[in-house]
Design a protein around this ligand. Structure first.
Ligand SMILES: [Zn+2]
Length: 234
C-alpha cells in the first residue's frame, strides 16, 4: 500500500488499483479490484486501520470486472453507499457492457462473462447517482469521461491536487497511454473525453493501472493529450 497523499492510499490488487480516501467525508473506497483479490482488499483496508463497516461510500469509476470485483462482497460487510455516474449504474447493477472490440476482444468477453457469473460482483442497487461537475462529500468533482465505458468518471480533488483517472488513461512501464483498444468499446469518444482533463490542475495523478505520477502530473497529462490532438498517434 502506497501513501500518495496524506489522505489517499493506493491499494494494489494484482494489476489494478483501488484507492482509499481518509480525509473529509471518508473513509471512502474508490474502485474495488477483481473478485479474486477481495481478501487482499480487506487485508489492506485493515492494514490502513479501516474496517469495511467504517466505509462511508464506495465510488466506482466504471463497471469493468477489475473495478467492481469486490463490490458485492463489501456490501455484505458494510452499509457504505455505492456511488457511480448515473449512466454507469445499470452496468453496476447487472446490465452487461458491450463486448470488447474485435475478434480478440469478443473471445476475451467470454471468460469475463463466465467470471461475472461465477463471482456475481454486481449489486442490486446504487445509492448515489453522480452527474458531471457534481462535488462529492469528500471534495471530489466528477468528470464524465465516456468511451472506455459509457458512464466512466474521473475524480478531481482541487484542494488536495489529486486526479483519479480510472481507466481514462493508463500508466504502464513508465509510459502514459490510452486504455487498451480491445477493452475500449468507443476509443474515439474516450479520446474526446480527455479534453475535459486539460482544464484541470493537479499535482498527483492516480490510475486504475500502474503507479501514480506524483509531481506536476497535470503538465505530463496535458502534454500527452496535446500530442494526441496533434495526430502523432494513429
Ligand atoms: Zn481497468
Amino acid at each position: 500500500m502506497e501513501t500518495v497523499h496524506p489522505h489517499l492510499k493506493r491499494i494494489e490488487l494484482g494489476n489494478v488499483n483501488a484507492f482509499l480516501w481518509t480525509g473529509e467525508g471518508g473513509p471512502t473506497l474508490i474502485d474495488t479490484g477483481y473478485p479474486w483479490t477481495f481478501a487482499q482488499l480487506i487485508d489492506q483496508l485493515n492494514a490502513a486501520g479501516i474496517q469495511p463497516a467504517d466505509l462511508q461510500r464506495i465510488i466506482i469509476t466504471h463497471a469493468d470486472l477489475d473495478h467492481i470485483g469486490g463490490l458485492k462482497g463489501l456490501t455484505e460487510l458494510s452499509d457504505a453507499a455505492i456511488a457511480c455516474h448515473t449512466v454507469e449504474a445499470i452496468y453496476v447493477t447487472g446490465g452487461q457492457l458491450k463486448p470488447f472490440r474485435g475478434v480478440k476482444g469478443k473471445l476475451m468477453t467470454i471468460p469475463v462473462r463466465v467470471a461475472e457469473r461465477v463471482y456475481k460482483p454486481r449489486v442490486a442497487q446504487v445509492q448515489e447517482l453522480l452527474l458531471e461537475k457534481e462535488t462529492t462529500p469528500e471534495g471530489f468533482t466528477i468528470w464524465h469521461t465516456p468511451g472506455h465505458s459509457p458512464g466512466h468518471i474521473v475524480l478531481h480533488h482541487k484542494e488536495a491536487g489529486l486526479l483519479i483517472l480510472g481507466d481514462a488513461l493508463v500508466y504502464i512501464n513508465g509510459k502514459l497511454d490510452l486504455p487498451p483498444r480491445v477493452f475500449t468499446p468507443n476509443m474515439e469518444q474516450a479520446i474526446e473525453s480527455l479534453a475535459k482533463l486539460k482544464k484541470l490542475q493537479f499535482e498527483t495523478a492516480c490510475f486504475g493501472h500502474g503507479p501514480c505520477i506524483t509531481e506536476s502530473a497535470d503538465a505530463t497529462i496535458h502534454a500527452f493529450i496535446d500530442k494526441l490532438a496533434g495526430g502523432e498517434r494513429g
